[in-house]
Design a protein around this ligand. Sequence first.
Ligand SMILES: [Zn+2]
Length: 306
Amino acid sequence: MVRSIGLGVQALALLLCAAPEARAACEGPVALQILGSGGPIAEGSRAGASALVWRDGKAVLLVDAGSGAFVRYGEAAARFEDHAAIAITHFHADHVADLDAILNSGAFSERTKDLPVIGPAGSDYFPGVRDHLRALIDPETGAYRYLSGYRDGTEGKAKLLPVDVGSEGPVQVLDDPVASLRVTAIPVEHGVVPALAYLVEIAGKAMVFAGDQNAMSDGFVAALAGRQPDILVAHNVIPEGEGQPRGLHRPPSSLGEMAAAINPRLLVLSHNMQRALVRQAEGEAAIRKHYKGPMVVADDLACFRP
Ligand SMILES: [Zn+2]
């Protein structure tokens, strides 16, 4: 399910899997599973951006829940009860549209423990995580007011704890000793959209979710330069070359510069859009001018064990 590029991937104990084996292959001390490897356009079989961080067979962290993530979440056999938190990078629909569906699914679970939902604070253009949740589950005005038990932990539901992260950062947003999980939010530049990246430290391993960011995200690179995480997940949205929109995303050459500075043990390209994939060789060459380490293009349900 995953095409590997470059050297040394086996040394990272990279596991490739697809449903229904996904759950078994993602077991182990720590694993990353890409639930949705696609973008905002309905153009194939890829779900929108979403990933799980697994610890000892439990999906402790859900990062984004884009369109289609609900189905992949079920295929991965993730359990709502096991989440230490949900972290949303930003509120474009291809990153959050299926949060509704996953919360609806979670309403059938046994979970009653509070659940932090982390995301960017709002702006004039986008509601933050608190307002987004209010729009869904407010008992008076929410689109899904029948789920308003999530607001206060009534009706047998977990109480959702919104964590709004401003544009100052990095800031540690979660420290869960039970899961040995620490999450740090790092603001990134994504046009007018308030957006975050996440550094996830878990049981001695480190993963970085770069989120959607353009080439002006200097603070993100500075915060992680030389950090050498086990895995860096980055978008693969636009091809190299002139005439491409640069306001929201890094082109491949900029991805390469970013990866070279952060120097992960594995670069996972996700958020794969067709306009980039049809010119993938050109994009990889642009990345390779800067970043020389292992690199893969992920498909839905791919698992990586650092
Ligand atoms: Zn976006």
